[in-house]
Design a protein around this ligand. Structure first.
Ligand code: C5P
Length: 309
């Protein structure tokens, strides 16, 4: 293995779900999804440097509340690559000093952890010069989380299976989005559990909501009232404070709804300036909340590919 000795810098962009329908429960316990995911311009920044003086890969971050132990998806991604290298008989690479500038809120339904894991795979592929097949990388990505295969390639995709089966789709793109992040995170597993409990209690609902095909044909200005995210009620049950955010969103007649398993609400906007104004209005109403005016990104930007530093 010809290892690249210098440091590598890479961006990890967030995603939003424009449409999320749950189509069933799988044998492996996961939910079967039909969702449209979109990369956006809000990014975490990562750097990888060889640190032969360290005993193991070590993560440093500006985010005080983020676990930097072996549960962190960045270190789990490093672990997966190392295990595969060992299984292939490749020599062990030096320990990595990894720095993470965390900009994507945690527990927000914006795929921040998955984005970091995917960026780690892209960075180590380059840094350690690993000529593995896309299918190998996709397998590693799925072992790390359902959204990681999407984050590995980025852009806009219709995703089925657990979220890892990607099919191209073309959407009417809003010029900008306001990401409205309430100060209450929603834990993905708890939201899915609440969804499953609700389904058991309420029984299978007649699925007469909008199909993904119909949604992707809609001009974005017609998304209001058509936005579908089947996890919204479950997220509001797990985090009851989200009901106030949902009410505020509807009262202001915004176009959009919740992303992923929450807690972020996404508003489609005519311009970045309009998105910033909606964000300011949201922060006045929810002073501990945060907002981001972002653009949809149709493919991974140069900064999301590994760059030597
Ligand atoms: O795959 P990931 O680790 O991101 O999933 C976190 C949790 O969300 C899973 O443990 C599972 O409870 C739930 N989940 C699900 N169906 C999916 C994706 C996630 O039930 N398609």
């Amino acid at each position: 293995m010809h290892q690249f000795m210098g440091g590598v810098r890479i961006d990890a962009p967030a995603k939003v779900n424009f449409y999320l329908r749950i189509t069933g429960r799988r044998e492996d316990g996961y939910h079967a999804l039909d969702t449209v995911m979109q990369t956006v311009s809000l990014c975490d920044h990562l750097e990888f440097h060889d640190a032969p003086d360290l005993k193991r890969d070590t993560l440093f971050t500006n985010h005080r509340a983020l676990a930097v132990d072996s549960s962190n998806l960045i270190l789990r991604a490093c672990g997966w690559v190392r295990e595969r290298c060992a299984a292939l008989g490749l020599p062990a690479a030096p320990a990595q000093k990894i720095s993470l500038q965390k900009n994507i809120p945690i527990g927000a339904g914006l795929g921040g952890g998955s984005a970091d894991a995917a960026a780690t795979l892209r960075a180590l592929e380059r840094k350690w010069n690993l000529a593995w097949t896309p299918a190998d990388w996709r397998g590693g990505a799925l072992a790390l989380g359902s959204d990681v295969p999407f984050c590995l390639v980025g852009g806009e995709w219709r995703c089925t299976g657990r979220g890892e089966e990607l099919a191209t789709c073309t959407l009417s793109q809003p010029p900008a989005l306001a990401l409205l992040c309430p100060p209450y995170p929603a834990a993905t597993a708890s939201v899915y559990q609440a969804y499953a409990r609700r389904r058991t209690q309420l029984g299978a609902a007649a699925d007469d909501g909008l199909s993904a095909e119909d949604f992707t044909r809609l001009p974005w200005r017609e998304w209001r009232g058509q936005w579908r995210n089947d996890l919204t009620d479950a997220a509001c049950q797990v985090v009851p404070q989200l009901n106030a955010v949902r009410l505020w969103f509807d009262r202001n007649q915004l176009t959009g709804g919740m992303s992923g398993s929450g807690s972020t609400f996404v508003a489609a906007c005519e311009s970045l300036q309009a998105a910033a104004e909606i964000g300011a209005c949201f922060e006045r109403e929810f002073p501990l909340g945060r907002s981001f005016a972002v653009e949809p990104v149709t493919s991974l930007q140069e900064s999301a590919l590994p760059t030597a530093v």
